[in-house]
Design a protein around this ligand. Sequence first.
Ligand code: ADE
Length: 263
Amino acid sequence: MRIDIVTIFPKYLAPLELSLIGRARRAGLVEIAVHDLRDFTHDRHRTVDDAPAGGGAGMVMRPEPWGEVLDRLCAPGGDDPSGADAPTPTLLVPSPSGERFDQPMAHELAGLERIAFACGRYEGIDERVLDEAATRMSVRPVSLGDYVLNGGEVAALAIIEAVVRLLPGVVGNAESLLEESHEGHLLEYPVYTRPATWRGREVPEVLASGHHARIAAWRHEQRLRRTARRRPDLIAAWLAEHRPTERELQILREEGHEQDRGS
Ligand code: ADE
């Protein structure tokens, strides 16, 4: 996979050198390039923003440098050392007014050969940039959640981490991806390690039993309880895909989840 990121703060993306993603880059599993939007300006002050048309607070990113950098990313072999036949990227535009990013979208993006991020600052990017880009590539405004960040960089970091860890070979133990929160609609079960007793608190006894079926059943129950308690909104999606057992229904009732089989 090839990832391009356009930003006015290239240093914000420095963590992409570290840990799992840094290792994946060095192993050639993902190629990441960061582009400074100001390199595509032509005035002495390297201006990227201007007052909003129609008035109002803040500044808006001017279209010209965005047009130039996207031309470069779309050109045959454009800025891509891997060659002229690289596909046009899917352009992700982090924004609080985008489509909500989630685990299914992470899987979808992990299946693409090439993605790019347009990290806006200020009040956002002149809308014509996205309209024009949409004539030559898939453009997807994406939101990390219902809150406002100062710009797209932190969102790009989060999305890249969620996507890259799904690429084959990036996470050593692929099994560890399967039982995580948001896989199969349920949150992850609680985890413990040594020592068996810490500050008077015990690791749940069943985990030391060596009885795999009992451990699996306990973990499933914990996932269900935790989801019903912390994220009751996810239970409906789980129920739509599973016919719950009597025991599971009882657990949901114990956690105060009202069954609404009609919805
Ligand atoms: N930029 C500003 N706020 C954002 C959010 N919530 N998600 C993605 N990008 C953003």
